[in-house]
Design a protein around this ligand. Sequence first.
Ligand code: COA
Length: 321
Amino acid sequence: MGEAGAGDTFGQAALTYDCFEALEQRMELAEKLLDLSQACNWMHYDFSKWQTLLVNCSGVFVAQQMDGSLAGCCLRTSCRLTDSEGSGFSGLGMMLVHPSFRGCGVAKHLLTAFRKRAEDLNHTCMLACATDVGHPVYVKHGYKAVPPNAICAKMSASCPVAATLATAEGVSAATYKEQEAVAVKLRYLISLDKEATGFDRTEVLTTFSRSDSAMLSLAWQGGNVIGACLTTIDSQTGALNVGPLLGTEVAANALIADVAHQFPERSVVIWCSHVGYMEILQQTGFTAVASMAAGLMVLADMSEMVGDRSKYLGLMQPALG
Ligand SMILES: CC(C)(COP(=O)(O)OP(=O)(O)OC[C@H]1O[C@@H](n2cnc3c(N)ncnc32)[C@H](O)[C@@H]1OP(=O)(O)O)[C@@H](O)C(=O)NCCC(=O)NCCS
């Protein structure tokens, strides 16, 4: 139990605000969070996806009603900087307020609690993408897109289409499905992730790589690993969710084509955060099935994000919040 139980009253309903950080407490919330996401009509999250989110995050902020059901929530995921011991970023995700409680300041309260916790940790607040309704709320609270034209688009194609992504000569890719092989090769992905994001996400990526159906793909050129991605099979749609997707465009094409070749009956989904790569995907036949109002946003004055964003083609991984 963390943040203050403020006990605000909206109409007849008293809401209590709490933050849960211990793994066991986070996991106990899965059922209630599923109920909340369904009440918000977010049907693309089932119980197993919430469990994955809760395992991988660092804390859950909730607004609880008297009967214990949830009026709102958001998740916080810690990202330690690779070049600093003390500071880092706190990622905000899954901001949801029950329709009956909207416009009453629930999101405002959750955002304030999230920011206070991040400040205690000497972290900068960030979020990977914002929906049309979420965007004005974040802007009002001081979040800014970095860079100002940051995007986040959910791109999808059938595997036979995705397999036609142009692969350059001398670039090869392989996909590892066995847990043991994934564990052995994971260090390449973690190293590229550090370079691209500026974060040390060893813990969260290791946990995520152990989730059911997780596969790891690597791309090589001249004996060097130039790209990597993780892929999971969506528990509801059966689509291949690719992310994080790291490397140059050439590497990404080889990675996606390799995964797609192996599952001709499925489709591929990528949350693309790179304008140039989104164009490549579109030219190949991918379509934008959802476009967010904004991509990466931070609660700070920075013109450039840490890391090498040119190598971060798929910033979002829904399973990581
Ligand atoms: C987005 C959402 C979380 C907002 O929750 P909420 O509790 O209704 O928001 P609040 O009442 O706390 O409003 C927060 C602030 O944003 C402002 N705001 C809200 N909508 C706004 C809009 N369309 N334009 C400008 N300001 C707006 C409010 O005035 C308030 O300002 P204040 O902090 O100065 O008082 C809620 O609508 C929701 O759950 N939507 C569906 C899920 C979703 O898309 N979540 C966002 C994921 S990125």
